[in-house]
Design a protein around this ligand. Structure first.
Ligand code: BYC
Length: 331
């Protein structure tokens, strides 16, 4: 057990039953042959139950991350420092919800209904990205999300868009086009603070200090602790390991922050002679606590989504039954 009471990924892997038990081995061999050749798997094709289960888990988590991910930035729409920033933020937040729709559609092709996915999010059964359980307390947090979290998401999505499941890859490709605009606005807003007043630079450095660890966590536990990584890479759902993606991100973004005269709060953050980024222990206990519901904002994020679900119910009902006349209460 981890110090915080959660089973470690290594222990979980040892306890796992064989995910391929009972599969038709001939079909499985043909399926794996297709994947090895780089073919896309489509919804009507034969696939092992575990491939379907893993894809639903991962795409659903990704979709929830977009929905919940809209919240920290969404709270800043009314407080964005100029009309231009406000417009950009409105458009970005709207895009994130659009991404969630694309991803829910992709997951639905595998047989889980959107309603079931939303219920699992609201009940706390399904996970979503750790990073959205931290508060966006200043405008600098919004710029860090726009540049570094969108940047991290792009690294992950560009790589996995070349994966094996057709609907997920097509959704990721489209998401990446929009995310590249998000990145530009995030970069513009972040640089504006970086070259601004002493107070603006200090506010930005403070945001970098607070977001550094969650961003390191964003790519998932280290490869030796990743539960699903080996199988997902074999089936080309993940096209690179957690550590590889984290390394690619650090390679691209650490120099961009350092060239602004800013830095991440980790004296050990350094690229070694083999081209691998080394960093201090990022406190994986904090990561597991956060993804299991005990981060700083988990309760608040889910409460907002439950409120939205409840208060939007009449709209969904009206859309499903356009001919039904209903008298709404006047109060
Ligand atoms: N957060 O075996 P592992 C955005 C869980 S939104 C939470 O390595 P896997 C944006 C993992 O699920 C883009 N949980 O897992 C939106 C597993 O738990 P379960 C978000 C995490 O799947 C709005 C356990 O840890 N991107 O950018 O092989 C505004 C063991 O991990 C996380 C995606 O969702 C995490 N960070 O690899 C702005 C990408 N990491 O399910 C921006 C899609 C791990 O066994 N997902 N866990 O209970 C992926 O690429 C992969 O699922 C991961 C993890 C690399 C995240």
């Amino acid at each position: 057990m981890y110090g915080n009471g959660y089973t470690s990924p290594e222990e979980a892997a040892k306890q796992k039953p064989d995910p391929l038990a009972g599969e038709d081995l001939q079909q499985l061999a043909l399926f794996e042959e297709r994947i090895a050749k780089g073919e896309k798997i489509e919804p009507q094709d034969w696939m092992p139950k575990e491939y379907r289960r893993q894809l639903i888990r991962m795409i659903e988590q990704h979709a929830h991350s977009e929905v919940i991910g809209a919240l920290p930035e969404g709270t800043w729409i009314t407080r964005a420092p100029s009309f231009k920033r406000k417009l950009a933020l409105i458009a970005k937040v709207q895009d994130e919800i659009g991404h969630a729709h694309l991803l829910y559609n992709a997951a639905e092709t595998l047989g889980k209904s959107r309603e079931a996915m939303i219920n699992d999010l609201l009940s706390g059964k399904s996970k979503y990205s750790n990073v959205f359980n931290y508060p966006a307390t200043t405008w600098a947090d919004v710029t860090v999300i726009g540049f570094l979290i969108d940047g991290a998401a792009i690294v992950n999505q560009v790589i996995n868009a070349k994966g094996s499941y057709g609907p997920y890859c097509r959704a990721l490709e489209r998401i990446c086009y929009e995310e590249s605009f998000h990145l530009k606005q995030g970069h513009d807003a972040l640089v504006h603070l970086a070259v601004g007043t002493k107070e603006q630079r200090a506010m930005l450095q403070d945001a970098l200090n607070r977001w550094y660890r969650p961003i390191i966590h964003f790519f998932g536990p280290s490869d030796k602790a990743s539960v699903h990584g080996t199988l997902l890479m074999k089936w080309k759902v993940k096209m690179a390991s957690n550590d590889d993606m984290r390394n690619q991100f650090l390679d691209q973004y650490v120099p961009k922050i350092r060239e602004l005269g800013l830095d991440f709060p980790d004296p050990k953050l350094n690229k070694n002679a083999e081209g691998i980024w080394e960093f201090s222990d990022p406190n994986w206990d904090e990561f597991f606590a956060t993804i299991n519901g005990n981060g700083p904002c988990n309760a608040e994020r889910l409460a907002v989504r439950r409120w939205a679900e409840e208060h939007g119910r009449w709209v969904r009902k009206a859309l499903m039954n356009p001919n039904q006349k209903q008298v709404l209460p006047l109060s």
